[in-house]
Design a protein around this ligand. Structure first.
Ligand code: NG1
Ligand code: ZN
Length: 573
């Protein structure tokens, strides 16, 4: 007898989680994300969808994370994690969206049955899920709705409690690889912290100890991660956590955190009296998957080291290690960016040889280890899944969004090569061991602020770089990001990895005309996948010009799409 969908229990519990009228939900680049108080029905339905996804994949464990990352505290969201710890397969994003929008319980059940038929889901298979949430106040109620979904369909669901997004991804991969030759780690927080900290300690053994690092935890779940990992790190690294008020109403991501620093290009005010000139600091975002570094120079001037600077630092380091291990030509390192990557970073990565000569001049000594190899750099559309998939095509794929989300992926073949390579000199052996430790230090499932922080600290320790020296790898081009509220952001369609608009018709030509008038000008327009806005990016050689370009393009966007002249923001020149 084939197993049946438990329609009765689903219907009964679904009635407790009705879909609000007049709201259209969309599974976007980061799952569902909107005001926390309208998401109840979505969470219930996602619980059922996660179980079906698990059944479809033969009982593999699926992850569910309840978070709205860097968004304001009143927002919340939910996203599914596929068995290898990566983002949900795109085809299922569509199923998630239509299920979330079914108007009534009977529509919902009908759609579930259609999905079971079309995706050929064998209901007799087990359904296994692991779920977690961040520290948002709306989290517990949303998790209760999610649990009703699990109960309704009879899923075997494990509650991972309050933890960071990357730790949840780590759990998913660890659970699904348990007992296989690809075992990823122990599926506990202790397993995670032990794995990262022991790799870090190996990597920095014998290197001069770095001064303590100030960590802005965005008043979010990263505060718990930072306080938990500190004892594991012992003397290898001292962390000084700030913004750890996870229970203070309104504090989450408020004037702190990676997104605040990146968008406002400023020091969080709470660190103004903390940070001393020359001291390194970093900010995590609300669910600890983004990381931005910064420091104050001797004059107290703020300098940001964003995802692009992290990518440059990390990619060059890995290239050097590959070369030192005697694996040059066998392991190709590549970098993946989005259109938001600073133009200078793309140039730096593509011209590693000449830039290192520049570094040489700045630092007054030859950095002989720096590789003259050119790095392939690819540009993909915004969204972690695009970056992740493109990075998988390289032997080692480094990807970072400018906003600080990123990681480095070692392909299974690379992993094997590293494990079986026979070094011929002690220097090769050391470099090889470092590469192997990096494969354990770096979260291979998703961007992870804690893991990335230890990665950056590793490179700084190896190269004896301060923030200033790291910063001088290249000089950022001034840039400006502007949001425009339009009637229908879906009218904006792009091509060429979001660098050009194809619709509305004629708008791109006008943007091109404007861009030509600015020295080093670059600008592009795309609809946001997480907010109901259109984003405009402008870049130029001089800051005032970058601002002007971005605001002029924003003005074009606003006018072209029938925005009301009366409400046209004044700064749109
Ligand atoms: P949208 O809202 O689509 O621009 C934002 C970020 C992305 C990504 C997602 C997911 C920018 C400009 N965009 O996407 O890079 O991180 O959120 O969180 O930073
Ligand atoms: Zn995040």
């Amino acid at each position: 007898m084939t197993a049946q969908l438990p329609v009765e229990s689903i219907s009964k519990l679904s009635e407790l989680h009705p879909k609000p009228n007049h709201i259209r939900f969309q599974y976007g680049t980061a799952g569902f994300r909107t005001l926390g108080n309208v998401l109840d029905s979505v969470l219930f339905r996602v619980g059922i969808l996660a179980a079906l996804r698990s059944k479809r994949l033969d009982g593999k464990t699926i992850g569910v994370m309840v978070t709205a990352s860097h968004n304001p505290e009143h927002d919340n969201g939910v996203k599914l994690v596929d068995p290898r710890g990566e983002m949900l397969e795109a085809a299922w994003e569509v199923h998630a969206t239509s299920l979330a929008n079914a108007a009534t319980t009977s529509d919902f059940v009908e759609q579930l049955e259609a999905l079971i038929r079309s995706a050929k889901i064998d209901l007799s298979k087990p359904a296994r899920v692991v779920y977690a949430r961040d520290t948002r106040p709306s989290g517990p109620a949303l998790v209760a709705a999610l649990e009703d979904g699990f109960k309704a369909i009879g899923a075997d669901a494990r509650n991972a409690g309050v933890t960071t997004t990357p730790i949840l991804h780590y759990f998913v991969r660890s659970i699904n690889t348990k007992g296989t030759k690809n075992e990823y780690g122990e599926d506990s927080e202790d397993g995670y912290f032990t794995k990262l900290s022991s790799a870090f300690k190996k990597l920095v053994t014998g290197k001069p100890q770095l001064p303590p690092l100030v960590v802005d935890c965005a008043n979010g779940v990263g505060a718990e991660g930072i306080s938990k990992i500190s004892p594991y790190l012992g003397e290898s690294l001292t962390l000084i956590p700030h913004n750890t008020a996870t229970t203070t109403p309104g504090a989450l991501n408020n004037a702190c955190g990676a997104d605040y620093v990146k968008t406002s290009q400023k020091l969080p005010p709470s660190l103004a009296s903390v940070l001393k000139p020359g001291q390194r600091a970093c900010s995590l975002d609300g669910d600890a998957d983004r990381l931005i570094y910064y420091y104050l120079d001797d004059r107290g001037q703020f300098h940001m080291l964003d995802g692009d600077k992290i990518a440059a630092l990390v990619a060059a380091f890995i290239v050097e290690l590959v070369k030192s291990a005697g694996l040059e030509g066998e392991i190709q390192v590549g970098v993946v960016q989005t259109a938001y990557a600073n133009g200078s970073s793309t140039k730096y990565l593509a011209e590693v040889r000449s830039t290192h000569l520049f570094v040489y001049r700045m630092r007054d000594r030859v950095d002989r280890l720096s590789s003259p190899q050119r790095l392939p750099v690819r540009c993909v559309p915004t969204g972690v899944k695009h970056l992740h998939h493109a990075a998988e095509h390289f032997a080692v794929g480094v990807y970072f969004e400018a906003n600080g989300h990123g990681t480095a992926l070692f392909s299974p073949e690379t992993q094997e090569k590293l494990e079986s390579h026979e070094p011929t000199t002690p220097a090769q052996s050391t470099a090889l061991n470092h590469l192997l430790s990096l494969t354990r230090l770096i979260n291979q499932t998703v961007g992870d602020a804690i893991s990335d922080m230890l990665l950056v600290e590793t490179v700084l320790a190896h190269k004896s770089y301060s923030g200033l020296e790291w910063d001088s790898l290249y000089v950022d081009l001034p840039n400006r990001l502007v949001k425009v509220v339009v009637v229908d952001r879906h009218a904006f369609k792009t091509e060429d990895a979001e660098r050009r608009l194809v619709s509305p018709k004629g708008l791109q030509a006008k943007i091109d005309d404007l861009v030509k008038r600015y020295d080093g000008g670059r600008s592009f327009v795309r609809p946001s996948g997480t907010e109901d806005v259109v984003r405009v990016y402008g870049e130029a050689v001089i800051k005032s010009q970058a601002d002007e370009l971005a605001f002029r393009v924003a003005g074009l966007v606003y006018d072209e799409t029938g925005g009301d002249p009366a409400t046209r923001p004044k700064e749109f020149i």
